[in-house]
Design a protein around this ligand. Structure first.
Ligand SMILES: *[C@@H]1O[C@H](CO)[C@@H](O)[C@H](O)[C@H]1NC(C)=O
Ligand SMILES: *[C@@H]1O[C@H](CO)[C@@H](O)[C@H](O)[C@H]1NC(C)=O
Length: 383
């Protein structure tokens, strides 16, 4: 954390005004004045440090150090205080240049531009502007899950009159045949693969790479959803929800909201997060990772803010953290009961009303979907 250059910068800026003014004053007054100036500087520094309550101390320190750099003669700052938002990071390089992996908080592991797209349907949003893009993180070998989605909720390219696009996000894996994946993409044109290792602990990277893809390849889409591959998604109900008047077009994130969730410190848990990675005992409000929907202005903002958010392996809570740092919060869906997690038994009427349910297998998805799509009323006694 220590930076000798920055330290000397503080001293320089403290000393010069005091000395020049002090020369013309009497000794007692000079001492007083000296004291006052120091107090002023201290208060200023403290105000700066605490002005953004959503930042952790080390981020404040880093930002403050950048601020000091601006005031010293060295170089242009990498950020500036933004009048409306908390702060804005400014990038001078383009997004397509090779990744630069640097130590430090700006280019940590979850920053998606550390990775490259090795398979990239980069023009899919150019021919038609989607209303909604469904981004499905899936393990490279899991062809069965992808095929089930292609036959069910990922099948329709127009839903309720809106263009919907379904894409799969893959990382690298040793147990998947690269040639087969290439062929699969040649057939369906719906795979995106990035250069990170596809593991459970790397799911935050996967989510951030999804955000990077949306921000750089599909910025014209109105909405996007990160939806897991083991989900039943009632795509009609989702599009209808987004068509409702009053649904925000910007800064909108919705799904199943999680409030005041404690961070799991038990090492045996799948969701274990060590204190070094995430010191607070609770997560900020977030949307459960099974499926969350967002206005498509957010991906670019997430990518930018992720430079200053220490990575941890809980991707949905990480997005919650990005929201918090952006000074935003997730919004409850118009009907919160539509976002459901685990269910016990398929029910045609029930499935016609919801938006999400977590399923067990791809077979379940295909069977339930086939039944749900059968003609006729969904609920007993309805017309
Ligand atoms: C401040 O500027 C120096 C010199 O250009 C640079 O090496 C250093 O990384 C900068 N520090 C921060 C915190 O940006
Ligand atoms: C995550 O991905 C990075 C980049 O490919 C890799 O170096 C690292 O080992 C992966 N981490 C885990 C826990 O798999």
């Amino acid at each position: 954390m220590g930076d000798p250059e920055v330290g000397s910068g503080v001293n320089r800026s403290k000393r010069s005004p005091v000395e020049s003014l002090g020369l013309q004053k009497k000794p007692v007054f000079q001492a007083w004045f000296h004291f006052l100036i120091i107090i002023c500087i201290l208060v200023f520094v403290m105000c700066l440090a605490v002005s953004d309550g959503s930042l952790t101390w080390w981020e404040r320190l880093a930002l403050y150090k950048r601020f000091l750099n601006k005031t010293t003669k060295f170089q242009a700052p990498a950020y500036r205080i933004h009048p409306h938002h908390k702060f804005k990071l400014m990038e001078t390089h383009t997004t397509t240049e090779p990744p630069t992996v640097q130590p430090g908080i700006r280019y940590h592991q979850a920053y998606p531009r550390n990775y490259q797209f090795v398979m990239d349907n980069r023009d899919v949003c150019k021919s038609r502007t989607p209303f909604l893009v469904l981004m499905v993180p899936v393990a490279p070998h899991n062809v069965a899950a992808r095929d089930a989605i292609r036959q069910t909720w990922g099948k329709e390219s127009v839903v309720q009159g809106e263009v919907v696009l379904t894409l799969f996000m893959l990382g690298l894996s040793n147990d998947a045949d690269a040639e087969k994946i290439k062929q699969e993409n040649e057939q369906h044109h719906d795979l995106i693969q990035s250069s990170f290792m596809d593991t459970y602990l790397n799911l935050t990277i996967k989510t951030m790479v999804i955000m990077d893809w949306l921000a750089t390849r599909c910025p014209t889409a109105a909405y996007a959803m990160k939806v897991d591959s083991d989900m039943f998604l009632n795509i009609d109900n989702l599009v209808m929800m987004l068509q409702k008047p009053g649904i925000p077009k910007l800064n909108y994130l919705t799904g199943m909201l999680m409030w005041d969730r404690p961070v799991i410190r038990s090492k045996d848990s799948k969701w274990y997060v060590p204190e070094e990675m995430y010191p607070d005992p609770q997560y900020p409000t977030y949307t459960l990772g099974m499926g969350y929907v967002f206005s498509n202005d957010l991906p670019e903002k997430y990518v930018e803010i992720s430079k200053v958010i220490k990575p941890f392996n809980i991707e949905d809570a990480y997005i919650g953290m990005c929201m918090k740092k952006l000074g935003l919060a997730p919004t409850s869906p118009p009907d919160p009961s539509q976002f459901k997690a685990y269910n016990s038994k398929y029910n045609r009427c029930e499935y016609s009303k919801i938006i999400t349910y977590i399923l067990g297998t791809s077979e379940e998805l295909k069977n339930y979907w086939a039944d749900y799509k059968k003609p006729g009323p969904h609920c007993e006694g309805s017309t």
